[in-house]
Ligand binder design. Structure first.
Ligand SMILES: [Zn+2]
Length: 267
């Protein structure tokens, strides 16, 4: 029977119920480390952990649930499994380490995820940016927790690009990011994120990335066929050439050659 249709918040409720099934854990590995102390001082980590989950679901998963919504008939709705990986727990480790951050399944079960964030990286960020940098890095890593990768067929740079696309949509792009194209469409990180953002506008498809992600949950990358279908083009090369050409517009401000490239800050 239909008729269970309620007002607007139904999908958010569903999202919250789904998120609530995932246990969130926080492990502070060395509370006497100065770097860890600085990291702990800049935000409420337990709140940021929950907020990061919500950001990823709001940007990447929930829009597709809305899109696929039937006429209030639960049977016709897209299940949460179709828009995000099945994740039973997420453990955030804050500790001294090299690099910036990484995400992994635990060694027994890939449904239990671990995010490791370098307290050194956060402590070395200027104090006025420290909280936002932590939020941005956590958001990026949280995308890796939930996103699909076409059973390993989605290019690695594109995986990183989707993670930074969510960071961008969440309003957490750091000031050093630049829109200038990278060497290739899947150069990764913000280079690919800005390409995806441009594709959405070009194709008039706001849900391009969420739909692509959902597709990669049940099918492979197939040399880019799903992205081309969403963007209305025969090949990614053609899209890439158009993107680069859009940056050659003389009225568009670009950085001079020789300036340092924006650096990828995380894995
Ligand atoms: Zn990453």
């Amino acid at each position: 029977m239909s008729g269970s249709s309620k007002d607007k918040p139904l999908d958010e409720d569903r999202m919250d119920k789904r998120i609530a099934k995932t246990k969130l854990r926080l492990i502070i590995e060395d509370v006497q480390s100065e770097a860890v102390k600085k990291t702990l001082r800049c935000v409420q980590l337990e709140e940021e952990l929950a907020l990061a989950v919500r950001k990823v679901w709001t940007c990447l998963c929930l829009p597709v649930l809305d899109e696929e919504r039937g006429d209030g008939d639960e049977e016709r709705r897209t299940s949460a499994k179709e828009v995000a990986q099945s994740v039973r727990s997420i453990t955030l480790h804050v500790r001294e380490m090299d690099g910036v951050a990484y995400t992994t399944g635990d060694r027994w079960d890939d449904e239990h995820k671990e995010i490791h964030i370098s307290a050194n990286h956060i402590a070395n960020t200027s104090e006025d940016r420290r909280a936002d940098e932590l939020r941005g890095v956590l958001c990026h890593e949280m995308v890796h927790v939930w996103q699909f990768n076409g059973n390993g067929t989605f290019p690695g740079g594109a995986v990183e690009g989707v993670a930074d696309w969510v960071r961008l949509k969440a309003g957490l792009a750091p000031p050093h990011w630049r829109k200038t194209p990278g060497d290739r469409w899947d150069a990764g990180y913000e280079k690919t994120a800005y390409f995806l953002e441009w594709l959405e506008v070009r194709a008039g498809e706001d849900l391009l990335v969420p739909k692509l992600n959902a597709h990669l949950g049940h099918e492979g990358w197939k040399e880019g066929a799903p992205l081309c279908a969403l963007a209305g083009s025969e090949t990614i090369d053609k899209l890439w050439e158009s993107y680069k050409a859009s940056h050659n517009d003389p009225h568009r401000p670009t950085r001079a050659a020789g300036q340092p490239p924006a650096h990828p800050t995380h894995a």
